[in-house]
Design a protein around this ligand. Structure first.
Ligand code: ACO
Length: 331
């Protein structure tokens, strides 16, 4: 029997309306537009209104993906939400999305893999389709980074934004197309360089942890940068080599949007023409699990950039460390 592959049949997104520009940030911390733009590529980021949680965005992105596919929520089999900023520890954001969109017969769960959250969710969802068990899986990447950022810390506050992106996975009708392959890795060495100090079971929230600002993103940027630059490119090049693809054979590279310098270094290693690289970090900053589905939305819906047979490589790197690459033959 022919192997069944999953394809991305639709996409949706949610972007909060409120924009926080580099010039706004100049008034908040000791920074300036030029430093942020040159060191990161970011011009502005979106911020979700206080009181609205992750599921508010995830539900809206999911609804758009379903509407575009003309699929009713009751037809969804499973919902996977990649996130590090759920509405609450439990229940899972996937449950809140299930209720919000009315996916009456779906099951699902949240997946925590930092900025690789969407990639790990995508490949997990794809395997549910490949196995033949399910026909419609919603994969969402959604993060309210503003809820875990210290807006007095210039090292981290300029880097992140809020957004959600969703894709619908369905079986691919033609063999040899869809989500063809992936390579994924984790390395707990990353804990030292990128984590949240308190709020989990090792160090529950207390007056002390709040006073010490331990519920925010802690990042040693330079260390993370070093790992990100080599590992994200390594897995992208590895998957290309495995499938005998050169930079010329790729139609599009969709990188995680953490830093323009990481993206450009990856593209150089892959010997890619810059026109084949999606970059939108200038508009949205690092939205953690949402960066990749926002890029897919841009290519698929906004720019209608993808055609049948296009080779697309996705690559992401984030907290954990967690990282991975995906090869898609577009259909
Ligand atoms: N404005 C002005 N100056 C700043 C700012 C700022 N916003 N932030 C830092 N600086 C200063 C530093 O204090 C430092 O000053 P010093 O030399 O006097 O000490 C100087 O700029 C250089 O600091 P670096 O940290 O070396 O700057 P770098 O060029 O490495 O850029 C950055 C920092 C943007 C964080 C970069 O290291 C990076 O992108 N790291 C990787 C991030 C990443 O990929 N994260 C993974 C995903 S996140 C997740 O999974 C949740």
């Amino acid at each position: 029997m022919e192997k069944r592959y999953a394809k991305i049949s639709s996409a949706g997104r949610f972007l909060p309306e409120r924009r926080l520009t580099n010039f706004d940030m100049e008034k908040m911390v000791d920074t300036n537009n030029q430093w942020i733009l040159e060191r990161t590529g970011i011009r502005e980021r979106r911020i979700l209104d206080k009181g609205l949680g992750n599921s508010y965005m995830a539900i809206r992105a999911a609804r758009e993906a379903l509407e575009r596919a003309n699929v009713d929520a009751s037809e969804v089999d499973a919902i996977i939400v990649g996130t590090v900023t759920p509405d609450m520890f439990f229940p899972a954001t996937a449950c809140l999305v299930q209720k919000g969109i009315g996916a009456s017969r779906a099951w699902g769960f949240d997946l925590s893999a930092g900025c690789a959250g969407f990639v790990f969710s995508l490949t997990t969802g794809a395997q549910f389709i490949e196995s033949g068990r399910y026909d419609r899986v919603l994969v969402i990447g959604s993060d309210v980074m503003s809820s875990i950022i210290d807006y007095e810390d210039r090292n981290t506050c300029v880097l992140f934004g809020d957004a959600a992106g969703a894709v619908l996975l369905e079986p691919c009708e033609e063999p040899g197309y869809g989500i063809i392959d992936y390579i994924q890795r984790i390395d707990g060495v990353g804990e030292d360089y990128l984590h949240m100090k308190a709020g989990g079971s090792r160090k529950p929230a207390s007056v002390e942890t709040v006073k010490n600002k331990e519920h925010y993103v802690y990042q040693e940027g330079r260390q993370v940068f070093k790992y990100a630059v080599s590992e994200m490119a390594d897995v992208a090049v590895e998957i290309m080599k495995k499938h005998n693809l050169t930079g010329d054979d790729l139609a599009l590279f969709i990188p995680h949007q953490a830093n323009i310098r990481i993206i450009e270094a990856c593209a150089r290693r892959m010997k890619l023409d810059p026109s084949k690289v999606i970059i939108n970090i200038d508009k949205y900053a690092n939205t953690t699990a949402a960066t990749i589905p926002l890029c897919i939305y841009e290519a698929m819906v906004e720019k209608n950039q993808l055609k049948k047979g296009d080779n697309v490589v996705i690559s992401a790197f984030g907290a954990g460390f967690c990282w991975g690459s995906v090869l898609i033959k577009w259909i």
